[in-house]
Design a protein around this ligand. Sequence first.
Ligand code: OFO
Length: 169
Amino acid sequence: MIHEKTAALLNEQINRELYSAYLYWDMSHYFEFNGLDGFANWYMVQAQEERDHALILYRYLVDNNINVELMDIEQPNRQYNSILDVLNTALHHEKYITESIEHIYTEAFKQRDLRTMEFLNWFIKEQTEEETNANNMISKMENFGNDSQGLYLLNQEFAKRQYKKPDFE
Ligand code: OFO
C-alpha cells in the first residue's frame, strides 16, 4: 500500500520529469538555432529519455491503483548566454532532480514502503548516470570547446547519441 504522501510526491515527480523533457527540448532548440546540430541532437535524445522517466512513474502509480493527476508544465527559461551556461544549467537541474528522488525515497522509507523503495532504486542509479553525463559534457566543453575545430569535433561526437528505451524492467 502506497501512503498518500508518497503517492503525491511520485505524482509531482511525473511533472518534474516532464519539465525536464521540456527543458532539454528547449536547450536542443537553442543549439539548433546556433548551428550546433550535434548538441541539439544530444539534448533532444535527453528530452525523449525524460518523457520515458515520466511514463515509468505514471505506470507505477496506475499499476498500484493510484489516481494520477497531470499538472501544468512550467515554461523553461530560454535566456542562455553561452554553451557552457546551457551545460551548467543541465547539471544544476540534474542535481535538483536527484534531491527530489531522494526525498521521495526517504518518505517511502519512513512509511516502510518497500515496494516504492525498490521501484526508486532504478531512478537513484539513473541519477548517477545523469549527473555524470552532465559533468562530462562540461569537462569536454572546457577542455576542447574553446576553438572552432574542437567545437566542430564535439558537435560531431554529440551528433552520434541515439535514443534507446530505458532498461527499466
Ligand atoms: Fe529524469 O533524469 Fe534527468 O532530469
